[in-house]
Design a protein around this ligand. Structure first.
Ligand code: FAD
Length: 403
């Protein structure tokens, strides 16, 4: 078996085309920062997304008729690799609702809904947040209480979503609500695409420990919000089936193509920062910890790449999503420990001459802990793996549909 990745001449020609295009089209001034992107950087990332979207490269493998690129999985990998080489990713503007909502709409929406909702997402014209979690419904998502009541051609929505991630602006919310309080669990919920500027919607930013590279978290309140019935996707009370697609991606089933940007920053710091007259990296224990970091980062990269390939090449999938998600979360915790030991108090300083790796180490100390929670906690990932290998269910649970 050959583990070394090799590319065909056609793939390399495609890479050349992408490289050339990116050189011309990536807006200048996109700088990585340890905290939330400043507004101007976020705007530039959105501009890049719009330009990629116009070429069909923002969502390369999605159908052309809805604004995607209609390309193959290997071409999507090449695009992601070339963006990644520039320290970028295609949808790095807090579009989690689009990332998970669009594939869900593709599988479960009717054709009119696909025509209405998908092109703006695939062309990078809108930002969508995913509104699932409620104060009393996190891991147990089926317990959501936000209520949508049909009234003529509209639904009237009341409820409170919380911990919702996003950047500076939002155009729409991809949201799960209860539509039949009397129906059994899992047969009582539905999904809505809710325009963000409808009357009765309040977004309240939360100031949490982690922050994020591209955004922060908010609470979203719906107070008698009237949403067109057209915006209910996948059929009334059929929302748990739609959720199987959404959650498959949320739990890592969509994969990712990304280098480890944090490790090299710490390595640079350790090879250039003097401790007792020698670079930190000269110390044997320090090198030992640096290699721990390197190995875990590589495993994360390979899990992500495998899942990306399986999803985009439309191959069968089983527990790969939650496996990769679980490993990423737990290795994030181990990394927090390793970085703390390696850098000492400098890992806890966010700015100034004592801040290790320009403040990225301090951000990691917070985010490594927080990241165990979103997108299904580490416990939830183990639960799904158990079901899929037939330990937690008599019949093995299948992976969520992505097509
Ligand atoms: C940084 C961040 C970003 C987020 N972004 C979003 C977002 O964009 N949109 C959104 O809708 N939500 C978002 N969330 C919310 C996130 O999805 C929830 O926090 C998560 O699902 C857990 O729910 P909870 O906080 O209610 O914890 P709970 O579900 O109450 O869990 C508490 C603890 O119990 C454990 N537990 C729960 N059930 C089980 C079980 N069956 N077996 C074993 N252990 C279990 C959990 O692992 C956890 O340790 C975000 C959260 C964070 C921290």
């Amino acid at each position: 078996m050959e583990f070394e990745t090799a590319y065909t001449p056609e793939q390399e020609a495609f890479r050349k085309e992408i490289k050339g295009w990116l050189k011309e089209n990536v807006p200048t001034g996109i700088v990585e920062s340890p905290g939330e992107d400043p507004r101007e950087v976020w705007d530039r990332k959105r501009e890049l997304a719009r330009r990629l979207g116009a070429r069909g490269w923002l969502w390369p493998t999605m159908p052309k008729q809805y604004g995607g690129g209609g390309l193959a999985g290997d071409q999507a990998i090449v695009i992601e690799e070339e963006l990644d080489a520039l320290g970028l990713s295609a949808r790095d503007y807090g579009d989690s609702g689009g990332t998970m909502g669009a594939p869900s709409i593709l599988v479960w929406g009717n054709d009119q809904q696909k025509q209405a909702f998908l092109p703006p997402i695939f062309k990078g014209e809108v930002v969508t947040w995913q509104c699932l979690t409620e104060p009393e419904a996190g891991s147990d998502l089926a317990s959501v209480k936000s209520l949508a009541v049909r009234d003529g051609d509209e639904y009237v929505i009341n409820g409170h979503k919380t911990f919702i991630s996003g950047g500076h602006d939002v155009d729409q919310f991809w949201t799960i609500c209860m539509t039949d309080p009397k129906a059994p669990r899992h047969e009582n919920v539905s999904w809505f695409m809710i325009p963000a500027r409808l009357p009765g919607i309040t977004v309240m930013p939360l100031d949490l420990l982690g922050g994020q590279g591209t955004g922060h978290q908010s609470s979203v309140f719906f107070d008698n919000v009237r949403v067109p019935a057209f915006n209910l996707v996948g059929g009334e009370n059929n929302g748990w089936k739609v959720a199987s697609t959404h959650l498959e991606i949320e739990h890592g089933g969509g994969g990712r193509v990304s280098r480890d940007s944090f490790g090299p920053r710490v390595f640079r710091y350790c090879t250039t920062t003097m401790l007792d007259g020698a670079p930190i990296s000269k110390d044997q224990d320090a090198r030992d910890q640096m290699m721990e970091m390197r190995i875990e980062a590589e495993i994360n990269r390979l899990f992500g790449l495998r899942n990306f390939y399986l999803a985009h090449a439309k191959k069968p999938r089983t527990y790969g999503g939650p496996q990769s998600s679980y490993f990423r979360k737990m290795s994030g915790l181990r990394l927090t420990h390793t970085v703390g030991r390696l850098l000492g108090y400098s890992a806890l300083v966010s700015s100034g001459p004592n801040a290790a790796a320009d403040g990225f180490a301090e951000a990691q100390q917070r985010q490594g802990i927080v990241s165990v929670h979103p997108g299904g906690t580490a416990d939830v990932q183990k639960l799904i793996i158990a079901r899929r290998i037939g330990v937690g269910r008599t019949a093995r649970e299948e992976a969520g549909r992505l097509e």
